[in-house]
Design a protein. Structure first.
Length: 277
């Protein structure tokens, strides 16, 4: 009854259905893993960003000593006092509040009183919409508050910034090792994403870059969709098999119903035998 399911075309159909169910189920669990990662990320950002600001120089000392790694320091609020360098770099192809624009990147020179050294830290001063003139950084000593951010790396397949030794004026990402080549002295291995500044930011200054969205994203709905797709494929296989069984059963009944009349027709067409006396 079910031997037709072992025919080559049906075997290919079984394999395609099985592969589809496996892939769709795996995609669903992958989305659930992404959801867990997103929740962990949100928890880390909330927990670190709400702490009291630390002195940037003390955090840098811990990073240099190896007692704190850059990834663990990300999103920690810090304070620093220093003087901006006049040279600025634009991180282009950004958006904020539904508007396209650039982030303004400037180096802040600060004095490490503990070690008696001068060190520069790269500061993402904030976002400017396209078409807005880039204001010069504030003059004189400023006190900033911002989040620690690790150097941004190029994703696989992403474009690279020029590396010809010339100072960059536009960048695709805040690649700290690359930018250290154009700023004097020692440069911190991280950058600071500005929150506030004293003297206070004016209306023409870049707007501080907002925290990333801390929702769970679409991962749960995507996972449910993949699981539904997998169920639909499995149900479709069952329906296809049942439909084929019904068609074959109907054909079998029709064949059986035709058998008596076929026998009678064959008997009627046979010549009559004559007996010899």
């Amino acid at each position: 009854m079910y031997r037709f399911l072992l025919r080559p075309t049906w075997l290919l159909f079984h394999a395609a259905v099985l592969a589809g169910v496996i892939l769709m189920t795996a995609a669903g669990f992958w989305q659930l893993n992404r959801l867990d990662e997103r929740k962990d990320f949100n928890s880390e950002v909330r927990g670190r960003s709400q702490q009291a600001p630390l002195e940037l120089t003390s955090v840098l000392d811990e990073i240099e000593a190896g007692t704190l790694d850059e990834s663990s320091a990300e999103w920690l609020p810090v304070t620093a006092t220093g003087t901006y360098l006049p040279d600025q770099v634009l991180e282009f192809n950004n958006s904020q509040g539904g508007r396209a624009g650039d982030n303004v990147v400037t180096a802040l020179v600060l004095y490490d009183e503990l070690n008696g050294e001068t060190v520069s830290v790269i500061v993402n001063r904030g976002f400017l919409p396209l078409g807005v003139d880039v204001p010069a950084p504030p003059r004189g000593e400023v006190e900033i508050v911002g989040y620690i951010r690790p150097s941004e790396e190029r994703n696989r397949g992403g474009l690279t910034d020029a590396d010809g030794g010339q100072p960059l004026t536009e960048i695709r990402r805040i690649d700290v090792p690359r930018l250290t080549k154009q700023f004097p002295g020692d440069v911190a291995p991280i950058f600071v994403q500005l929150i506030a500044s004293q003297p206070a930011l004016g209306s023409g200054d870049p707007a501080p870059v907002v925290l990333p969205e801390l929702d769970n994203g679409p991962h749960l709905s995507y996972a449910i969709q993949w699981f539904i797709f997998a169920i639909c494929v499995a149900v479709g296989w069952v329906l296809a098999v049942r439909w084929s069984l019904k068609v074959r059963a109907r054909a079998r009944r029709a064949e059986i119903a035709d058998s008596p009349s076929r026998v009678e027709d064959e008997a009627a067409n046979q010549p009559e035998r004559t007996s010899n006396s």
